[in-house]
Each structure stands twice: as C-alpha cells, then as structure tokens.
Design a protein around this ligand. Structure first.
Ligand code: PMP
Length: 311
C-alpha cells in the first residue's frame, strides 16, 4: 500500500528534508482540529522510460487554492513554487522502474480559529507500480457523504475523509476495496477516494459535484478523452439501483486511475466492458505519452535534456 512507504525525502518548511525531520507540533490547529487541505497528484513514466510527467499539475494547484480559500487556509504560494517543490521532491526520489504519487498538503502551523494563521506547503511522494489496475469489488456504504452546508465535498480537506475512512473499514469487512457513499437524498455521491463512472446504453455518466462528488480532475480528463473518442459523456444524478443494472462500471481518480468494477455488493456486473476498455486504453496512451492528449496535460519533471543523473 502506498501509504506505508517511508521515502527518504519530504518537502517541508521550504526545502527537502529527511522524512524523520518533518514534524508538526501537537498544539497546531492542523493537529487539534485537523485543519489542512491537500491534493493527490500522479506522475507517469513515458512508455519508453525517457520522460516523466505529472498529470494536470496546474489544475491540481488551482483546486488546492480553491480548497484553501473555502477553509480560510492561507496559501501564499504560486504555481511556480508549487511546481518547483514537486520537481525537487520527484527528482530526489524517482527511479526508472516506478511511477509516483504525490500528496501536497497545506498544514496550518500557526494561528487559532482563523486568527493569525500561517500554512506550510508540505509534499510527500510515494513510488507506485506501473501496471494497470485489476477489476475490483465495491459496495454501497451505510455511511453518507456530508452535505454542502456541513462539510462541503468540493473542499479537499483531511476532515472530509473521516467518513471515507469509516466506509473503507466497513468495506474491508465485506470484501470490498472501495465503497460508494450515498448523499443525503439516497443517490450516489461518489466513492471514498474516487468518482463513479457508469456506462448505460453506450453513454458514460458520472455524478456532478452538486450530488456530493469532489470536482475530480481525472473525470475532467476522461470527459476530454470521451469527446475525442465520440463517446457520449454526461454529468447527472445516479440512483443507487443504477449501479446494479449498469452495463459497465468503474471508479476514477488520480490515485485509483481507472479501475473497472466487477461486482457491487452481491450483484455481478457484465464481464464485457467495451466502452471502459476503449477509454482506459486511450487514458494509458495519453499518460504514457504514446499518444498525448490535451485533456491529460503533463508537466515534465525529467527527460533527456533534464536527466536524473544531473540532480
Ligand atoms: N473523490 C474523492 C473523495 C477523492 O479523494 C478523489 C481523489 N482525489 C476523487 C474523488 C478523484 O479526484 P481526482 O480525479 O481529482 O483525483
């Protein structure tokens, strides 16, 4: 599991530091009230292993800024700083055999109840295997996604993952590696760490953010790929029972990537997944630079003119 790695370096307090030196005081509001906002970014090696690029980096920074703004977490950093921190960390840890997933977090390190706040941008990067994910079993959780008026799902904050954690624990006991959270209307919101893509009658549907989904960057990428592929794509509410009668179902997210679902609770889904297979092939071709696509823009962190040996 990605979270269990202990990489050598971490970007903390403005510089690369050894992992064990990146510590927060127990009294800071990031710890006492869990005030932080974050992003998860994915970097892929090209198919020929000559170039390493991070997907949609500027859009991730923009979403981090939006989350920070909504929670009144100060973000004194610009895109250049963010990108440079990513680059430093990736280049310190990158190996040719593995891709990377990065977590970028704005932790409140000074201040209280929104007074005198200061935040620090911290980045962690983890190695990931290059192979495409296997189909999974999912379930529908008894836990519910919070509403916009309580804990807005559009904010990517650690606090928003308490319910996700409960859902995952519940799912593990039921043999499910991901769980769907319903919203307070009993319709599909999203999964605990990814969005839902449902195919019915050749059309891809996903829930809009107003149903309780994060404003997903991967879903935007997939929407762009579908447009090029001539596959209809809609954002609309999804009923719980639609998951059970879907022609094809998948979860999508930066870390999850695009993972097919073979079973929802005790309902098996059709084995043939022609629409999802077409999208998945196009997705991998885009991120692995076989056939780039503007929807999956890459920020190059290492290539032949910036080889890793030069760091
Ligand atoms: N929903 C939740 C709750 C998530 O944590 C994620 C992963 N960031 C997603 C959806 C997918 O968002 P993205 O495609 O931007 O990674």
């Amino acid at each position: 599991m990605v979270q269990l790695q202990k990489p050598e370096w971490i970007f903390f307090d403005g510089a690369l530091r050894p992992w064990d030196e990146a510590v927060l005081h127990v009294g800071v509001e990031s710890v006492t009230r869990g005030v932080n906002v974050f992003e998860g970014l994915k970097g892929y090696w090209s198919h020929d292993a000559k170039s390493f690029g991070v997907v949609a980096l500027p859009r991730h920074f923009a979403r981090l800024q939006r989350s920070a703004r909504l929670l009144h977490v100060p973000c004194p950093y610009d895109l250049d700083y963010f990108q440079d921190a990513c680059r430093q960390l990736i280049r310190s840890l990158l190996t040719p055999e593995r891709d990377m997933w990065l977590r970028a977090v704005l932790f409140i390190v000074e201040g209280h109840w929104g007074v005198g706040d200061r935040a620090d941008l911290v980045m962690m990067a983890y190695h990931q295997d290059k192979q495409r994910p296997e189909p999974i079993n999912i379930g529908v959780s008894a836990w519910q996604r919070s509403a916009d008026a309580s804990l807005p799902p559009r904010v990517k904050a650690a606090a928003n993952y308490q319910v996700a954690r409960l859902g995952r624990i519940e799912g593990r006991e039921r043999g499910c590696s991901e769980m769907v959270l319903l919203n307070r209307h009993g319709r599909v919101a999203e999964a605990t760490g990814s969005c839902i893509l449902m195919v019915r009658d050749g059309c891809v549907a996903t829930t809009p953010a107003t149903e309780g989904a994060l404003e997903s960057i991967t879903v935007d990428v997939i929407e762009g790929l579908c447009e090029s592929l001539g596959i209809p794509f809609v954002r609309r509410p999804i009923d719980r029972t639609e998951l059970l009668v879907a022609d094809e179902l998948a979860i999508a997210g930066t870390l999850a990537e695009l993972v097919k679902v073979q079973r929802v609770d005790n309902y098996d889904l059709p084995r043939e997944t022609p629409v999802l297979d077409t999208i998945a092939d196009r997705f991998w071709d885009a991120v692995r630079q076989v056939k780039p696509h503007p929807a999956a823009d890459l920020t190059i962190m290492a290539d032949e003119s910036h080889p890793l040996e030069a760091r």
